[in-house]
Design a protein around this ligand. Structure first.
Ligand code: ADP
Ligand code: ZN
Length: 720
């Protein structure tokens, strides 16, 4: 017997299988999808068994050394899904499989993770009257009799020696079971009834639970999409199937999880805040069929659930569904593939669907379902403040309208959320005299000042150093420009004396559970203002928040990217959605220097359709998605000469081979240097993947035998 193995090296030249003999003693144990140890050159490496053939073997081949697992890690579905990932992202097959698995199960030597076991005791079938028991022994026996199987730890707390005696006498016996380290707290169950609009959508989807159709639920924030998801999942699991529910990482808050645990049992959760061993345990729990609902962020789309009956992706427009590293997949594409495999529907939900998704819904590729009212019927009032005018009056970052509204809301005992998508104190420090601006020595970007630690930090590579008082070039004083959350916090304390502010950004949430504890204490009312970046824009549901303030709506608008208007509209809509979710009417105040920009104007009236139409006409004129697809080819190296020469060589090659699609560049990337590496890019706008795939497929093999240069290919990138 021989088998084909894919080994752990991810280099393109090794992205194929190698044949090994299967030794006699493994013939009855080996299965496709298991990990094996194999000799490779002078090393011993791990790999996956991709296929097995019942031939006689070949004495010129090397043999498998051992099996790593006693069950297949990659089941039939995941094995073919990996090939799909490889074909659509052009990543190697090994990295396509690796991305699906928790660290402990990747094919890689030297990753060792223990399975934890819990010890249980149960009663043997014997006549108890034959024994004389003391009082603690009797107590233990009566507990075990009542419960059947009890954690040994629990009984040990009564008396260790009694437990041991009972075991020795053969009255009790001990068993071990795999323990799962991640435990969701179980809460009381609360039921609810869908209203008419929700129920229409629910019924429509229920009618096609055995098709792989894609639905888009376009529902304003607070319209009750999540409640529809819960009823759909309920329906699916009561028919014995399973459900996969994805949310963006940052909205995977305790709030959404507790909404689910107060309705369902048997939930597994997968997200980046879990430790490696917790992820491993959750993965096994799912794989062993012990969970019928998986809630998770992007990579949970690969959860080893069998018999999936529905896949739901909430906030489908979110950029967090796109993986930025190899393999650069989008979870929505993976979900579509799996919905095809399981013949189950895929539900996309959003208040602001991506341009691509909405155009597919309009042309009938997806079924469009709409909820245009909030569940509580109260849409917040939205005010746009023209900061050009305000700045003339006060030269301040805060309009008087915003400050007065904050004071009002606080005095009524209600709460405020303030949003600014920039952490740190100021975004730039510049010399008053010579104009010198502090830049990162490793990146082509200005350094952000963090006052509490008195550090200048690069938000790209993490480089940090102490901020000097005086200009390092001429000795004059520095001036700070641009506003970050740290400075807002400082200024608000003086502007609004009654404020109790809690700040949530990367700087305040790096500790494990910091995120949860901020949310909890704000929900409890320990603070009256929650100030934060992107992190607070999504998913949060505080019923006492009646004012949301956006301090500078222009940050994302000024980003040099064709999606900047879309991103801004989305973000404003999401933050606005945090206001007035309870039974009090909410208000939103948006400060901007571009009050007439369509992304801002239409946010103010919550008019997605008009925004979509205006944006679509611009996309059409400039030929951007949804009118074409985009692939971004990035060439990166520490060596400027090499990378620039290589970029032109590749550009010429592509222009020579691809005639029917548009090739732009090479040009330097938006941020030309990150971490001492220079970045060039080529963009192809294409309509038919078949015109370009084979050509891109060969790029790496043809041009990249030089270790100093790296190639990245990114299909449908969310940032250029
Ligand atoms: P979305 O997901 O569309 O932003 P949510 O599902 O969070 O909206 O709903 C907004 C609020 O309305 C939540 O507090 C939710 O509990 C409540 N809600 C929605 N639908 C129902 C329902 N059918 N019964 C009771 N409460 C509901
Ligand atoms: Zn840097």
């Amino acid at each position: 017997m021989t088998c084909e193995c894919l080994i752990e090296l991810t280099h393109v030249f090794l992205d194929k299988t190698f044949t090994y003999n299967v030794p006699l003693e493994l013939i009855n144990k080996i299965c496709v999808g298991m990990r094996v140890e194999v000799p490779f050159g002078k090393q011993i490496l791990e790999g996956f068994v991709m296929s097995i053939s019942k031939d006689k073997g070949d004495s010129s081949l090397k043999s498998i050394i051992s099996l790593v697992d006693d069950y297949p890690i990659l089941n039939k579905e995941l094995l073919s899904l990996g090939k799909f990932v490889k074909n659509t992202t052009l990543a190697s097959l090994m990295s396509s499989y690796s991305v699906m698995l928790p660290k402990a199960l990747k094919a890689k030597k030297k990753v060792n993770m223990n399975i934890k076991y819990d010890k249980y005791v149960s009663l043997n079938d014997i006549d108890l009257s034959l024994f004389k028991l003391n009082s603690s022994q009797e107590k233990i026996v009566s507990i075990v009799m009542k419960k059947g199987k009890v954690l040994k730890k629990e009984l040990n707390s009564i008396s260790v020696s009694s437990v041991n005696t009972l075991l020795k006498k053969g009255i009790l016996h001990e068993t071990s079971e795999e323990a799962y380290r991640y435990n969701l707290s179980i809460s009381d169950k609360k039921d609810f009834v869908l209203n008419k609009e929700q129920n229409n959508i629910y019924t429509e989807i229920c009618n096609s639970l055995d098709h792989d159709s894609v639905f888009l639920i376009h529902g304003v924030t607070g319209s009750g999409k999540t409640n529809i998801y819960m009823k759909l999942i309920d329906k699916v699991i009561s028919s014995g199937k399973k459900a996969l529910f994805l949310v963006p990482e940052i909205s995977l808050t305790p709030q959404i999880i507790s909404r689910f645990t107060s309705y369902f049992d048997s939930i597994a959760v997968l997200h980046s805040k879990l430790s490696d061993s917790e992820k491993y345990d959750e993965w096994r729990r799912i794989n062993e069929g012990k969970a019928s609902i998986v809630i998770g962020a992007r990579s949970a789309v690969f959860a080893p659930l069998d018999n999936i009956g529905i896949i739901i992706i909430d906030e489908e427009h979110s950029s967090s569904y796109k993986q930025e590293n190899t393999p650069r997949y989008n979870a929505i594409d993976i979900a579509k593939w799996r919905s095809g495999y399981h013949k189950c529907p895929l539900i996309l939900g959003s208040a602001t669907p991506s341009m691509e998704t909405y155009s597919r819904a309009l042309n009938g590729t997806y079924k469009l379902l709409t909820l245009d009212k909030r569940y509580n019927g109260m849409n917040p009032d939205i005010d746009i403040i023209d900061m050009n005018e305000e700045f003339k009056k006060t030269n301040d970052y805060f309009s008087s309208v915003l400050i007065n509204s904050i004071k009002d809301v606080i005095s009524r005992g209600e709460q405020v959320i303030l949003f600014l998508n920039k952490r740190g104190y100021s975004s730039m420090v510049t010399c008053n005299n010579c104009g010198y601006t502090e830049k990162c020595p490793h990146c082509d970007i200005t350094m952000t000042y963090h006052k509490s630690s008195n550090m200048l930090r690069c938000h790209y590579c993490g480089y940090a150093r102490k901020k000097e008082k005086e200009c390092v070039k001429c000795g004059a004083y520095y001036k700070e420009f641009g506003l970050g959350t740290e400075k807002v916090e400082e200024e608000l304390k003086t502007l609004v004396p009654d404020s109790k502010i809690i700040r949530m950004d990367i700087d305040t949430t790096s500790r494990k559970n910091a995120h949860e504890s901020i949310i909890k204490s704000f929900a409890k009312g320990d603070y009256n203002i929650l100030l934060g970046t992107q992190m607070i824009a999504k998913g949060l549901d505080f019923e006492n928040v009646t004012l949301v303030g956006v301090i500078n709506a222009d940050i994302s608008l000024n980003f040099p990217d064709f999606r900047s208007s879309e991103v801004t509209f989305e973000l404003l809509n999401q933050v606005s959605g945090r206001s007035g979710r309870g039974n009090k009417k909410g208000k939103v105040i948006i400060q901007t220097f571009n009050p007439d920009h369509y992304a801002i104007k239409y946010s103010a009236v919550n008019d997605y359709i008009s925004f979509y139409n205006e944006e679509l006409s611009i996309r059409k004129k400039l030929n951007y998605p949804p009118f074409c697809y985009i692939v971004l080819i990035r060439i990166i190296s520490k060596d400027y000469d090499k990378v620039s020469k290589m970029s032109y060589k590749i550009g010429d090659y592509l222009k020579d081979k691809i005639k029917d699609e548009i090739i732009l560049g090479p040009s330097t990337a938006n941020i030309f240097k990150i971490n001492n590496k220079y970045r060039f890019q080529i963009i192809i706008k294409y309509r038919d993947i078949n015109n370009i795939r084979s050509c891109l497929y060969l790029l790496e093999e043809r041009f990249f035998n030089d270790k100093d240069i790296r190639l990245e290919i990114d299909f449908n990138p969310l940032k250029l």
